[in-house]
Ligand binder design. Structure first.
Ligand code: NAG
Ligand code: NAG
Ligand code: NAG
Ligand code: NAG
Ligand code: NAG
Ligand code: NAG
Ligand code: NAG
Ligand code: NAG
Ligand code: CU
Length: 607
């Protein structure tokens, strides 16, 4: 990795003499052997032969140029800059956002995509990661820190700390086993470990009587983590790139995609070491596999001579800081009412192939034939605001420029989901607790809590089990922006929507680069057309890629298979299960189900 610092001309747009530094990187992806937890060697996705990937440190106003060459032999790739706005009104381009099939074509093996953008108005803790499949699970991710000379707090040292989960198998294999009819309940893969800074034996050095800025980022795929430290208090000062009124706490809860920066004042004098703890949110696990270590200890080293630290436990996780009660330092008030309300109901269920999918409003996201951005930029003027052309299975919503959007997300699932919005952060105006039994959707006539006068804003927010959240934001950033669960397994199950924001304004300002077009050509994707790739009949979605058909009426696969399996084990033993179609190659689904049904009829278990 090399970084060229090039001073560009004075900015004549703002008429202020601003020296802009360009940080230039040439990265080639490739598999790198690693053993992150000391228990299992596996291939991780590195850049230029090295893993972990480098953190990127820049200053407010700088330019970043990354030439990303795909050196993986048979996988496509992409890079997303999590939390950045890429405002076209500031000279940026929507095509720099990264998610494949949304704002770019996937980068084919051997091809290069140039990410080239500035960060005019954002500071704080961000990160970058692949946005192709669940690829970043295998390490294609690192921090992106935008330093700010004018930060509203002081500290002696600044440390970036990634936390993540680790799967021993390659991500595509874990995904195949997960999205399978042999996993009809959709039980998420249980990670083998959690890491801190991509290892299990990081040491953090502290000097006495100093103030540290610790930037925690959860760059994992799935599991949320609690963070706490023996005999040290956290003062939260920044969350997802938003400065907040300082708030002290002993316990942080950080879901995947989220960032929390805290000030920690070290002990006045000290001759011993302390424990920094990571705790898995075990409520997200369907099963706690034997031997799974839920807590991990990292040494805060004051005195390198003294012994290792021992685990340090707290009584309960109940008192974790609740981001709903944070307040942005800029005191931006709640957006007055809304112009357009969008409600998304989250549900998990099986489709006819027996696989468990995730749904917003009964629709599971299936990527279109060409990136949605290509559709926006090639559509006939009179159809550009018609959500139909973007496909009826990507949950497309067209937002008019300047509208206040209210986004209601109701959870009809009993797991937590950290929802992430591209291109924006949003005000959190309602955030319910979790519920064990019946889902509690948002009731506009009876909000569970008074709206906050100065709501917290961030780009990734946890939706609690069976609960709801309500967000507001202004559609002032023309672009195609994805809204999705940041549990990558859930994203792969289809838990995503796409906001086509101010398409007319976008088209007036966005010019697809030659590089964008080249990458599309090399992945055999047309540059014009609707979601089905049709540019003759724009309303025809016949060739749209689709999810499998639903299960027949009254037929819940989950219950059915559970019953079938238990009955079969009871009657014929495990051998029979193998005989009766749990043999991927020999049976198609219809056959499998009719056989199972027949067996159950005979056993008198099903009328
Ligand atoms: C990156 O690659 C480009 C194009 O191949 C080359 O011109 C440039 O010098 C390289 N930059 C660095 C920092 O290696
Ligand atoms: C932990 O650190 C030791 C000493 O630096 C090193 O030899 C070992 O490989 C590390 N283990 C892991 C799992 O990183
Ligand atoms: C990056 O964008 C700037 C501004 O449009 C342009 O001047 C520069 O040539 C671009 N760099 C690359 C490597 O494309
Ligand atoms: C974590 O790793 C990054 C490099 O990836 C390094 O810059 C940082 O200092 C490390 N953090 C700690 C606390 O050691
Ligand atoms: C700690 O630091 C503060 C400010 O730098 C200083 O005033 C104080 O004397 C220090 N205390 C000790 C015990 O070193
Ligand atoms: C993990 O940490 C939590 C919180 O400190 C504690 O309650 C729990 O007992 C620990 N679990 C294990 C298995 O050590
Ligand atoms: C989803 O499907 C269910 C059952 O068919 C139906 O009751 C419900 O209204 C649908 N929800 C939406 C938002 O379309
Ligand atoms: C919503 O709240 C209003 C006012 O309390 C109540 O009358 C109504 O029944 C509630 N609606 C639902 C669906 O619970
Ligand atoms: Cu989720």
């Amino acid at each position: 990795m090399k970084c060229l610092d090039v001073f560009l001309r004075l900015s004549f747009v703002t008429l202020i003499a601003l020296a802009q530094t360009t940080h230039e990187y040439n990265f080639t992806t490739g598999w790198v052997k690693a053993n992150p937890d000391g228990m299992h060697e596996k291939n991780m996705i590195g850049f230029n032969g090295a893993w972990p990937l480098p953190d990127i440190h820049i200053n407010k106003g700088d330019r970043v140029v990354i030439r990303l060459t795909n050196g993986l032999q048979n996988l496509k790739t992409s890079l997303h800059f999590h939390g950045l706005f890429h405002k076209v009104s500031e000279g940026n381009q929507n095509e720099m956002d990264g998610p494949e099939m949304v704002t770019q074509c996937p980068i084919s093996p051997g091809d290069t995509y140039i990410y080239n953008f500035t960060v005019p108005d954002q500071v704080g803790t961000f990160w970058y990661h692949s946005h192709s499949g669940a690829q970043y699970t295998d390490g294609m991710r690192a921090a992106l820190i935008i330093h700010d000379d004018g930060a509203p707090f002081e500290y002696d040292r600044d440390l970036t700390i990634q936390i993540s989960d680790l799967y021993h198998k390659p991500y595509f294999q874990v995904m195949e086993e997960f999205l399978s009819r042999y996993n009809p309940t959709g039980a998420e893969p249980v990670p083998q470990n959690v890491l801190l800074n991509n290892t299990v034996n990081a040491t953090i050095n502290f000097e006495p009587n100093k103030t540290y800025l610790l930037r925690f980022l959860n760059v994992g795929n799935f599991i949320s983590q609690y963070i706490y430290m023996e005999d040290h208090e956290f003062t939260v000062v920044e969350v997802d790139g938003v400065y907040v009124k300082p708030k002290t706490t002993n316990l942080l809860y950080i879901a995947t995609g989220q960032r929390v920066a805290v000030l920690v004042h070290s002990q006045k004098t000290s001759s011993r070491n302390y424990a920094l703890m990571q705790g898995m949110d075990a409520t997200m696990l369907d099963v706690i596999t034997p031997g799974l270590q839920l807590n991990r200890t990292t040494k805060i080293e004051y005195d390198s001579g003294s012994n290792d630290v021992s685990e340090y436990f707290i009584d309960s996780y109940k008192d974790a800081m609740n981001d709903f009660y944070l307040e942005p330092l800029d005191k931006m008030e709640i957006l007055d009412d809304y112009d357009y309300q969008i409600t998304l109901d989250v549900k998990m269920d099986n489709l006819g192939n027996g696989v468990n999918y995730a749904f917003f409003n009964n629709i599971t996201y299936v990527a279109p034939k060409i990136p949605t951005l290509s559709t926006v930029l090639s559509a006939p003027e009179d159809l550009i605001s018609n959500p139909w052309i973007y496909g009826d299975n990507i949950n497309a919503f067209v937002l008019e420029h300047g509208e206040v959007i209210e986004l209601v997300v109701n959870n009809y699932d009993d797991n937590r989901h950290p929802f992430h919005m591209h291109g924006h952060n949003f005000q959190i105006i309602q955030k319910s607790q979790g519920f064990d039994e019946d889902p509690v959707p948002y009731n506009e006539s009876a909000p569970i809590e008074a709206f906050p006068g100065i709501p917290m804003r961030r780009d990734t927010v946890v939706l609690e089990a069976n609960g709801h959240v309500v967000f507001r934001f202004v559609a002032d950033n023309p672009g195609v922006w994805m809204f999705h669960c940041h549990v990558d397994w859930h994203l792969e199950q289809g838990l995503a929507a796409v906001f086509v924001e101010a398409p007319k304004q976008l088209r007036a300002m966005e010019q697809l680069s030659d590089n964008y077009k080249q990458v599309c050509r090399n992945s055999n994707m047309a540059l014009k057309g609707n979601a089905a790739g049709d540019f003759r009949d724009w309303l025809n979605l016949e060739n749209l890629p689709r999810q499998p058909a639903p299960l027949p009426e009254g037929f819940t696969l989950k219950g059915f298979l559970a019953l079938a399996v238990s009955v079969l084990i009871g009657i014929w033993g495990l051998y029979t299960i193998v005989q009766y179609g749990f043999n991927e190659n020999k049976q198609d689904d219809e056959e499998l189900y009719s056989k199972l049904k027949k067996i159950l009829h005979e056993a008198g278990q099903l009328e």
